[in-house]
Write a protein that binds this ligand. Structure first.
Ligand SMILES: Nc1ncnc2c1ncn2[C@@H]1O[C@H](COP(=O)(O)OP(=O)(O)OP(=O)(O)O)[C@@H](O)[C@H]1O
Ligand SMILES: [Mg+2]
Length: 382
């Protein structure tokens, strides 16, 4: 077995791409435990819980240590540098070597929910997954990135809400049931007004949603994408290199082919695909008879093809649609409905796949609500 020092030396090959130094020099290797059976546990301390380059470290550390003779396996885990350690690191980096900050600094996981085609239930799955993650005790935000066909305000019953601006000049997202923070272009539009932005305007609006919104501490930020693989998805992929992709598809083999395109897009922009959710998979009559209205098996096929997990199969139920229309996600309204149960299972799968948690801050006594004033339209206008 290699010694601690040898392992530490090998870890010098892992470079923090933002700070451009190796993780040993940066003091980010918290612990190394080499077990007699050849398994090595390494804990890496990140600068922020939402550290965008976590998967880079995960792979880098595993590869560096696995290359040593006698190592049979590597477990990489993460924690976060204390304020004091961060201060010391900041000092070492000197001026100009700033640590990443920004509105998403306290967001542990970003998950984009997308599909190749429209109407497969992305928005319904997003809203209900947010509810299910909340029910599991997670802090959750939802960003409605479907600027042309926004639907999250309605799904959360926030249609009449207008965001406010905090003293720090940040946009405060309206909160739905159980504290889910929601941001949507819909909050800034007259009812049913059409959004015609493209290109730079779109880029600017999405950037503002990520940078100027006071998301605070979140375990999950779910992003409801518009259908297809267009401008919005590309822009977000650029802005959120740490995001993972959840693909929603229906059971039809045709839909699966279309969904594959969004998978190709995710690969192209190097977003990791977290898994597949098959929606509208069958309808069960009150008498218990099951009809495969949209066919069968497309979700599993796609999951196999992409070698990612099928995280849920959500049946068609009337209640899912009805609850979306009245503004309470079904998972809150009727957690035992079969569709709600399927999404709760999906949420548990998502949690298992995204083990990075925000540390419970010492100051976790709820902060006083920020002083806020109503905001008019502060999003980009030409
Ligand atoms: N499992 C389900 N059971 C019943 N109705 C569903 C189910 N999933 C979605 N729906 C309904 O199907 C319609 C489309 O769903 P939704 O808006 O979530 O899809 P989407 O993929 O976000 O669509 P778009 O591409 O337009 O954004 C909605 O009316 C929704 O209530
Ligand atoms: Mg939608």
């Amino acid at each position: 077995m290699p010694t601690q020092d040898q392992i530490r030396e090998a870890l010098r090959a892992v470079i923090d791409p933002e700070l451009r130094r190796d993780i040993v020099e940066l003091g980010m290797v918290r612990s190394i435990d080499a077990h007699a059976n050849g398994v090595v546990d390494v804990t890496v301390s990140l600068t922020t819980p939402g550290c965008p380059i976590r998967s880079h470290f995960q792979t880098g550390v595993a590869n560096a240590v696995r290359a040593l003779d006698g190592v049979s396996g590597v477990n990489v885990s993460f924690d976060v540098l204390s304020d004091q350690e961060k201060g010391a690191l900041q000092q070492k980096l000197g001026r100009g070597g700033g640590l990443p900050t920004g509105a998403l600094a306290q967001v542990a996981n970003v998950i984009c929910v997308g599909s190749g085609k429209g109407g497969v239930g992305k928005s319904s799955v997003t809203a209900n997954l947010a509810a299910a993650l909340t029910a599991e005790g997670k802090r959750v935000g939802v960003l409605d990135a479907d600027v042309w066909g926004y639907s999250q305000p309605r799904m959360f019953g926030l249609g009449a809400q207008r965001p406010k601006v905090s003293e720090q000049r940040k946009i405060v997202p309206p909160e739905a049931h159980d504290g889910i923070k929601v941001m949507s272009i819909g909050f800034f539009m007259e009812e049913d007004a059409a959004v015609v932005w493209r290109g730079p305007m779109l880029h600017k609006a999405l950037t503002q949603f990520l940078e100027d919104v006071d998301w605070g501490e979140l375990d999950y930020l779910l992003v409801d994408l518009p259908p297809g693989t267009g401008d919005v998805s590309m822009t977000l992929a650029q802005l959120l290199p740490q995001a993972r992709f959840l693909i929603v598809t229906t059971p039809q083999p045709v839909a699966q082919r279309v969904a594959r395109r969004s998978a190709e897009m995710a690969h192209k922009v190097r977003l990791e695909i977290a898994g597949i959710v098959e929606n509208m998979s069958g309808f069960v009559t009150p008498a218990g008879e099951r009809y495969a209205i949209f066919g069968e098996g497309g979700g599993q096929l796609l999951a196999d093809e992409l070698d990612v997990p099928l995280l849920g199969t959500v049946p068609l139920t009337m209640a899912l649609r009805e609850q979306a229309d009245v503004g309470t996600p079904l998972v809150f309204a009727d957690p035992d409905d079969p569709a709600a149960q399927a999404i709760r299972q999906t949420a548990r799968g998502v949690i298992a796949l995204t083990p990075v948690e925000l540390p419970v801050m010492a100051s976790s006594t709820p902060a006083a609500p920020p002083e806020v004033k109503p905001v008019g339209m502060s999003l980009p206008m030409a």
